[in-house]
Ligand binder design. Structure first.
Ligand code: AQP
Length: 334
């Protein structure tokens, strides 16, 4: 009997600021739900965090990395069955990035929409903000990844990773597996509560109350954010006709409850938005309470967390070093 190999998965989250409901629904929850069907590497991508200089306090970055790893486990990622590690603990990522960046045309990076929008936020744009998608490509390609589960905002970067891998393979031979993005059907683009035309974002939530529900928010904070979410002056709770703010609330309710659109529309038909917000708040609290409880337990046993992360880094290094050697052999470096 031949045993079919599981598809290889790589994904990660930057530990820049507190994780929010968008990170949970667009990334963490789908990772947890499909973890048994795939061979997974989940990384805390701390080298991506300093791309906006001054945006992240260096004193808290290392602590945030542990906190994000703890949230992976608290959300349900099994530390025994998956490789989980902090990116900077595996230097193969930066070495591979250099080699890949030499094969990446500048024009491809200039076209990235995230670079265009984030470079508006700072006076002086660091080179890392431009080249960060190459680091992301290295992250993915080092693990012979087949699938990259991400939210919709990262689709373009995974497309770029594919282009870089194909170009590299054309230039130097068959070095890389070509990965594909896996975007969840629900929760792929959670919008913010205060500006529903803008995606919920860590960097905005950090300085703007009411923008996001963070995974470690108190019930009181969640209540304040959700009950003051932007809606409109109607009573329209059908998905197709709802305004952006109401659509976002309905979609969040749908993603968290698993109920069908029809039953949700029936439930909220003729009710005011206050009722929708209250029901959403209830389901958000119910979903996040167990995550918060497990998170507190994991953070309480720091020695165990460090052990798991060191073990993860060692396993990741074993895999990454094989691919890096292939890259070096192909390019004649070394
Ligand atoms: N609003 C969102 N809805 C659904 N998924 C989302 N993700 C991010 N925002 C949403 C997904 O979460 C993962 C984290 O990716 P990241 O750490 O690289 O951050 P990001 O994509 O740049 O977005 P953030 O977390 O909001 O940070 P900033 O403020 O820096 O842009 C990815 O899978 C992402 O798609």
């Amino acid at each position: 009997m031949t045993i079919k190999k599981k598809p290889k998965v790589f994904s990660g989250i930057q530990p820049s600021h507190a994780l929010h409901l968008g990170n949970y629904l667009g990334a963490l929850k789908p990772w947890v739900e499909s973890q048994n069907e795939t061979d997974n590497v989940f990384c805390v991508v701390d080298l991506h965090s300093p791309t906006l200089l001054g945006d992240i306090d260096p004193k808290i970055l290392a602590e945030n990395s542990r906190s994000v790893a703890a949230l992976y486990f608290a959300a349900g990622i099994d530390p025994e069955e998956n490789i989980v590690f902090i990116q900077s603990h595996v230097p193969e990522h930066t070495e591979a990035t250099w080699i890949l960046s030499c094969a990446t045309p500048l024009g491809w990076l200039n076209r990235m929409t995230q670079f265009k929008s984030k470079s508006q936020l700072v006076e002086s744009v660091g080179t890392g903000l431009l080249t960060y998608p190459v680091l992301m490509a290295a992250d993915i390609l080092l693990y012979d990844t087949n699938r990259v589960p991400v939210g919709d905002d990262q689709r373009q970067h995974v497309e770029l990773t594919r282009d870089i891998a194909m170009r590299f393979n054309n230039l130097f031979g068959d070095v890389f597996t070509i990965p594909e993005a896996v975007i969840p059907k629900l929760g792929a683009r959670v919008m913010s509560f205060d500006e529903p035309e803008t995606k919920m974002s860590k960097s905005i939530a950090r300085s703007k109350a009411g923008h996001a529900v963070n995974l470690l928010d108190s019930e009181k904070q969640m209540k304040k954010t959700i009950m003051s979410a932007v809606t409109d002056s109607e009573r329209e709770t059908r998905f197709e006709h709802a305004s952006k703010g109401v659509y976002n609330l309905l979609s969040l309710y749908q993603t968290l409850s698993g109920e069908s659109k029809e039953s949700i529309e029936a439930k909220f038909d003729g009710q005011g938005y206050g009722f929708l917000k209250k029901e959403l708040l209830g389901i958000v609290i119910e979903s996040l309470a167990p995550v918060q409880k497990r998170y507190a337990e994991i953070m309480d046993d720091r020695a165990e967390l460090e052990r798991i992360l060191a073990n993860g880094a060692q396993k990741a290094k074993e895999r990454a070093s094989v691919t890096l050697q292939r890259m070096k052999n192909a390019t004649g470096v070394g």
